[in-house]
Design a protein around this ligand. Structure first.
Ligand SMILES: O=P(O)(O)OC[C@@]1(O)O[C@H](CO)[C@@H](O)[C@@H]1O
Length: 456
């Protein structure tokens, strides 16, 4: 990581970052309602750990220390809730991880421009900071360093809600891989897997705090008929252009900048499997998060945990197809056809406009790719810098520094779960407002937004 701390990229004239203080935005309801709920759930999780088995009545000095550390973290998270709700200033980080300098320099440069509080600072910054701060509370301990507060209570328990969908998609993949398909059929199948991958982004645990895991299957798309019904919900649909781009790739490299673990990760793996099977990719690079991020984002631990959990489930119910699918995926990883990569840049405060500069090493690497697939809403926000864009802004303008001539073709697959939306035609946002006033944020609408390589 560069030790030159860049300030955040300047905002283009006429735009400003979304902030919690903007009352009619999703940013406001997130800061006011959703973030305190997420933090409170962390406190619950840790309290449960504390009252379980050995920690309730510690019988060794190590357990006593572990219990004391958990109490300290609980107190610190409760303090965060208090400060957030009272719109207090954010405090610099105090741990010694390599990225601390970037966080503190960014916070200092924002503080130099105005009040550095939870509602006044850019929403993107404070929300990312929150997850980095939670990480800090754990790594500053002796006994909880490796603990992922979101893993057991949320990512892992929600897994059971998705297994039925996973079985169905695995059957579908087997069916299309064992048939001889003509060109049109190949195209249809690719199209389906891209759309499954898009709608896989609906099951995001930071938004579904109240959804019973048993209800998750109902939300997950696993059939072509289901996809057809959703076609009209794809408000920017560059599928044709994307498929054309993919058709031009043979034995190339595709990068997936992943979002959520669980069913979304599974839908990414299904697409990646098809790309390898169809001869498009001889290398698929999966980019995971370094730390627990936005509740359900995929870490490398989640990635491996998911493969293990699916295989365990497949064996338990005697689903040989699903079992052998996981074996195939392990084989692809072992052979280096699939690569799991973790770069610290993805969990820094920078928007993706700054990958070419602040993430120069990462950028040099992803420029070897023939296609970048950015999954999910947060990646979308980072791609377009979470600014209050007019919806008719061109994708090129909104991608800013990512429209560098060296940047590979890229696609953003996202169900809409936050305010920013660009690349809409004139009048489209107004039509959507009439059809569904919550279209920007309720996850019922999707975007497949493609940008080819910049022509020089
Ligand atoms: O990236 P994802 O998982 O699709 O969505 C992340 C999300 O739930 O969290 C943020 C608000 O907390 C929003 O960007 C979005 O709604």
């Amino acid at each position: 990581m560069s030790s030159n701390y860049e300030p955040l990229a300047p905002y283009p004239p006429g735009t400003s970052p979304l902030r919690g203080a903007m009352k009619d935005t999703f940013a406001y309801s997130t800061v006011k309602e959703r973030l305190p709920v997420i933090l409170t759930k962390c406190v619950d999780t840790l309290s449960r750990e504390l009252h379980a088995r050995t920690l309730a009545a510690p019988s060794s000095p190590a357990d006593a220390e572990k219990a004391a550390e958990a109490k300290h973290i609980i107190a610190e998270i409760s303090k965060l809730v208090y400060e957030l709700q009272r719109d207090r200033p954010l405090q610099p980080l105090t741990d010694t991880e390599e990225d601390v300098g970037v966080w503190n320099a960014t916070l200092a440069s924002l503080a130099a421009k105005g009040p550095a509080t939870w509602y006044q600072l850019p929403w993107l910054f404070i929300e990312c900071y929150l997850y980095r701060k939670i990480h800090e509370l754990f790594i500053l301990t002796v006994h909880w360093k490796e603990y992922d507060i979101f893993a057991t209570q949320q990512k892992e328990t929600s897994f059971s809600g998705s297994v039925k969908s996973m079985e169905e998609l695995a059957k579908h993949l087997r069916d299309v891989q064992t048939r001889t398909l003509n060109d049109d059929e190949q195209k249809t199948v690719l199209r389906e897997f891209v759309h499954f991958c898009l709608w896989g982004n609906q099951t995001d645990l930071s938004l579904l705090q109240d959804v019973a895991h048993a209800d998750m299957h109902k939300m997950q798309q696993t059939s072509a008929a289901g996809l057809k019904q959703l076609e009209e919900k794809v408000i920017v649909n560059d599928t044709q252009a994307l498929l054309q781009e993919i058709e031009g790739i043979t034995a190339g490299r595709v990068d997936i900048i992943m979002d959520n673990a669980g069913f979304e990760l599974y839908s990414d793996l299904i697409l990646a499997d098809w790309l390898v099977h169809a001869g498009v990719a001889k290398l698929v690079v999966f980019h995971a998060k370094r730390i627990g991020w936005f509740v359900s984002d995929t870490t490398s631990r989640d990635f491996h945990w998911t493969l293990d959990a699916i295989q365990k489930h497949a064996k338990a119910i005697g689903d040989d197809n699903l079992d052998s699918r996981i074996e195939r995926w392990r084989g692809l990883l072992a052979a280096g056809t699939w690569r799991l990569q973790v770069d610290p840049f993805w969990t820094l405060p920078y928007p993706f406009w700054q990958i070419p500069t602040a993430g120069a090493e990462l950028y040099a690497d992803i420029c070897k790719s023939q296609l970048l697939i950015f999954k999910g809403d947060l990646n979308y926000r980072k791609c377009v810098y979470d600014l209050d864009w007019k919806t008719t802004t061109s994708v090129e303008d909104a991608l800013g520094g990512l429209c560098d001539a060296r940047t590979p073709p890229l696609v953003m697959l996202r169900t809409c779960k936050s305010d920013p939306a660009v690349g809409l035609r004139a009048g489209q946002a107004e039509e959507l407002d009439r059809a569904d006033p919550k279209w920007r944020v309720n996850g019922k609408w999707g975007m497949i937004q493609f940008r080819p390589r910049t022509q020089t």
